[in-house]
Design a protein around this ligand. Structure first.
Ligand code: ADP
Length: 470
């Protein structure tokens, strides 16, 4: 059986453990106290029975009247009647006491035997013929000249002991749940306090992403387990940051190194295609080479841009750009793409939406998103582009009725070279969306993705509107 999610936290488990251990200890203590109380009360009762019996034995020689007085003064008139008995050495009621002693307690064999040996006997019995509770009975032999002359029996009700024990149990029954509730609350509070640095660390660790590995987990210079954990995590983040930086530097360096030879290659190929008299087959091969070189060069440019953006070294040439006008401008080119793909394209960009930014980069955002929509929606589907001002932002929405993007891919598609579902069209590099996100962030905006697999995908870009003079 699995626990509900709330109870699976360390805090809840600590609280449960704490309460369970506390409850166990409470039961152990309560049980011990109960046993000790029971013993103490019985010992007290036995002691008082013994002192009564001795007094009775001492005064029994003086005659029954004296005996009765002694008893009354010790036990009170009622108890003296109920719980006292004088027996002859054979266990028969002693006639000297007359009508006193309402009940006759049987003289047990062990009491008789003990008596003959001069020893007293304590027994817990139920008075015969009554429905009352148990009584404690002391049979005390009175010995003269080495033989038992009679037995003194003194009894006391165990009701008081039972009542005291019952009261103790009642108190325990009402206190234990209260104490347990207090322990659970206290445990919850203490566990929360002890674990609060962990929550802070989790929140800090969440803020750290691949894009911002320079953040560190604050440990408030703690010299405890949590401080050490924060230290280890921070060391690990340091190593991660260094290795990410190395990978970025590598891709930046590689792109940089590739740029020149690719430019030369491109130039040579173009020259050859324009000037040389070529066999049709050779021309075809060269054209195909040129196409691939162009693709490679574009990829290298994108990589370089991303590397520069990573290093926060992009110098944006900002100017007011109306992205609604931009969308209308690229509409013909996009319509050609859409037609080729059998997709219906609609652009809704009537309201001027001016932001401050770099026109070529913003064009790239618009084009990449629209191209993806057209490419992945597939023939017979619809792509809608909408541009409008929205609550201080310029809003660009590219919506398509294509296959959608699975929830587990929604973050990954912004990773470099990541391409979802390999069954989909292969043209493309996997750099389009990372580039779009990088450009949007450079402009102080954000990109969001909503998608219902099998129904639609919608990329939403928000960019702060320019403050234009009124
Ligand atoms: P690519 O060059 O592969 O298009 P992108 O970075 O532009 O690279 O996109 C990354 C992946 O995201 C794509 O391979 C595709 O699987 C997925 N994707 C992007 N846009 C859409 C869309 N509109 N509908 C479905 N999948 C998309």
């Amino acid at each position: 059986m699995s626990l509900p999610a709330r109870l699976r936290t360390v805090r809840a488990r600590l609280t449960l453990w704490y309460t369970a251990v506390f409850g166990g200890l409470l039961l152990l203590l309560g049980g011990t106290a109960f046993i000790l109380l029971d013993r103490g009360l019985r010992t007290n009762l036995d002691d008082s029975l013994a002192s009564v019996a001795r007094a009775v034995a001492a005064s029994s020689e003086a005659g029954p009247a004296n005996l009765a007085d002694t008893l009354e003064s010790m036990l009170g008139p009622e108890a003296a009647e109920r719980f006292f008995q004088l027996l002859d050495p054979f266990g028969r009621p002693d006639p000297r006491l007359g009508a006193r002693g309402r009940w006759t307690f049987p003289l047990s064999r062990s009491a008789l035997r003990n008596g003959e040996e001069g020893r007293e006997t304590f027994e817990s019995i139920r008075p015969p013929g009554t429905s009352g509770g148990e009584v404690r009975l002391l049979t005390f032999p009175v010995i003269e000249g080495g033989r038992v002359v009679h037995f003194v029996q003194v009894a006391a009700s165990l009701d008081r002991v039972d009542q005291a024990l019952a009261r103790f149990l009642r108190v325990m029954r009402s206190l234990v749940p209260l104490a347990l509730a207090g322990a659970a609350l206290g445990g919850w509070f203490l566990a929360g306090r002890a674990l609060s640095p962990v929550d802070a660390m989790v929140a800090a660790a969440r803020r750290i992403s691949a894009e911002d590995l320079s953040l560190r987990i604050a440990s408030e210079n703690r010299d405890d387990e949590l401080g050490r954990l924060a230290g280890v995590l921070n060391d690990m983040l340091g190593r991660l940051e260094r290795s990410f930086a190395t990978a970025r530097e590598f891709s930046a360096d590689a792109a940089h190194e590739l740029r020149t030879p690719l430019t030369i290659l491109k130039g040579e190929l173009e020259l050859a295609l324009h000037t040389a008299a070529l066999e049709p087959q050779a021309r075809e091969a060269l054209e195909s080479c040129l196409e691939e070189v162009n693709r490679l060069a574009a990829l290298v440019e994108d990589l370089l841009f991303l590397a520069v953006a990573d290093a926060d070294a992009v110098s944006l040439q900002r100017a007011p750009v109306d992205i609604a006008a931009l969308a209308q401008e690229v509409e013909p080119a996009l319509q050609v793409l859409a037609e080729r793909a059998g997709v219906t394209l609609a652009i809704n960009a009537a309201a001027p939406t001016v932001i401050r930014g770099s026109e070529p980069l913003l064009l790239r955002v618009l084009f990449n998103l629209a191209e993806n929509g057209i490419k992945y929606a597939g023939a017979g589907q619809r792509v809608e582009i909408a541009v409008r001002p929205d609550a201080g932002n310029g809003l660009l929405e590219v919506r398509d009725s294509g296959p959608g993007i699975a929830p587990e891919e929604r973050e990954r598609i912004f990773d470099r070279f990541y391409r979802a579902d390999p069954g989909r069209p292969r043209s493309g590099t996997g750099l389009g969306l990372p580039l779009v996100r990088s450009i949007v962030r450079l402009h102080g905006g954000e990109i969001r993705l909503r998608s219902e697999p099998g129904r639609e995908t919608c990329f939403q870009v928000r960019l702060p509107l320019a403050d234009l003079p009124a």
